[in-house]
Design a protein around this ligand. Structure first.
Ligand code: HEC
Ligand code: HEC
Length: 287
């Protein structure tokens, strides 16, 4: 019967929609983007990082990579601490992306040493054999333009020093993108806090097991050789031919990584595979 009283119907419908809008949109807005969301340790980009960010946008890296870790267990286990809104205050525009052909990069900073990035960007397949990411080696042939960088910093109202601008003259786009990648997600100290403690006794389940050693060798070739060398002779990471530590310590290093040394954590492989690696490294060690 309301349908026959259009004015009343209009008023009631408007009231219903406004109530919904207020509850689902206006009220939440009061609690986001407030001072409470600010994170003190999140800093604006330096001129070099900002240049790298612009290369990232120009090359469309965001078509293959996202930059936000959702608060889901599987994502946090894979990438690290989930993203906080306050971490994006200096991202104009933000680069959350929507397509993950490659992995999320929001927590990339500090995961690898610079040297790894230079090699990976120049030729992803030298570091990750099955990668379908394009080569970007030519970025190192493009010098940066300090004057343009200065103007960008002014527009963005980010702090910079004349020395930082002058230093750009000796840098190229590859230096810039590596500097940018190393900043991602690194403004909050999440790595130390995220280190999973290993519960229970660490007892090597595969001592002398030939199959485990062989499986470990295979894992090594894929996951470790790019940094520690084909024959464990050392490259980006130290040589691993003469490991002087017990099985449990070795397990912990592989599982947790070395957060301020550029050794990534491999705990996500699962304990069986980590033990296979331990046995492979120890076996070769005894030769
Ligand atoms: C065609 C899709 C594609 C494009 C475009 C692309 N990538 Fe990738 N990227 C990948 C894939 C797939 C991987 C995973 C394999 C690997 O590490 O090479 C990856 C991996 C990475 C990694 C390593 C991440 C990690 O945690 O191991 C970085 C860093 C990276 N890409 C940066 C970039 C940057 C910077 C650009 C733009 C200059 C870019 N990518 C463009 C597909 C892409
Ligand atoms: C991105 C490069 C990188 C990859 C990939 C990598 N490492 Fe490392 N690793 C390092 C670096 C760098 C260090 C030195 C860190 C430090 O001491 O501060 C290191 C240190 C180590 C150490 C300690 C060595 C010592 O004498 O203290 C072990 C053991 C190790 N890595 C094993 C592995 C294994 C096993 C894998 C594969 C599952 C692996 N690493 C993959 C870079 C890497």
């Amino acid at each position: 019967m309301w349908e026959k009283r259009p004015i009343l119907f209009l008023i009631l419908a408007t009231a219903a929609i406004m109530t919904g809008t207020t509850i689902t949109m206006i009220v939440p807005f009061l609690s986001v983007n407030t001072e409470a969301d600010r994170i003190e340790s999140v800093k604006p980009y330096t001129p070099l990082q900002q240049e790298g960010r612009d290369v990232y946008i120009r090359e469309g890296c965001n078509n293959c990579h996202t930059q936000t870790v959702r608060p889901l267990v599987s994502e946090v286990l894979r990438y690290g601490e989930y993203s906080k809104s306050g971490e994006f205050v200096y991202d104009r525009p933000f680069l959350w992306g929507s397509k993950r052909t490659g992995p999320d990069l929001a927590r990339l900073g500090g995961k690898y040493p610079d040297a790894w990035h230079y090699k990976h960007m120049a030729s992803p397949r030298t570091m990750i054999p099955g990668s379908n990411m394009p080569d970007y080696g030519w970025l190192s042939k493009n010098p940066l333009d300090p004057d343009l960088a200065r103007r960008k910093m002014k527009v963005l109202d980010f702090p910079y020093t004349e020395k930082q601008i002058a230093d750009l003259a000796t840098k190229n786009e590859m230096d810039a993108i590596v500097a940018y990648l190393q900043k991602l997600g690194n403004d909050i100290p999440w790595r130390k806090a995220a280190q999973t403690t290993i519960v229970g006794d660490l007892k090597n389940p595969f001592i002398g097991n030939k199959d485990a050693i062989e499986a470990g060798e295979h894992l090594y070739e894929n996951s470790c050789a790019p940094c520690h060398g084909e024959d464990r002779q050392g490259e980006i990471g130290p040589e691993l031919t003469d490991i002087d530590m017990d099985d449990a310590d070795l397990y912990e290093i592989i599982h947790n990584g070395i957060s301020d040394g550029g050794m990534p954590a491999f705990g996500s492989l699962g304990s069986e595979k980590v033990w296979q690696l331990v046995n492979y490294l120890k076996e070769k060690d005894d030769d």
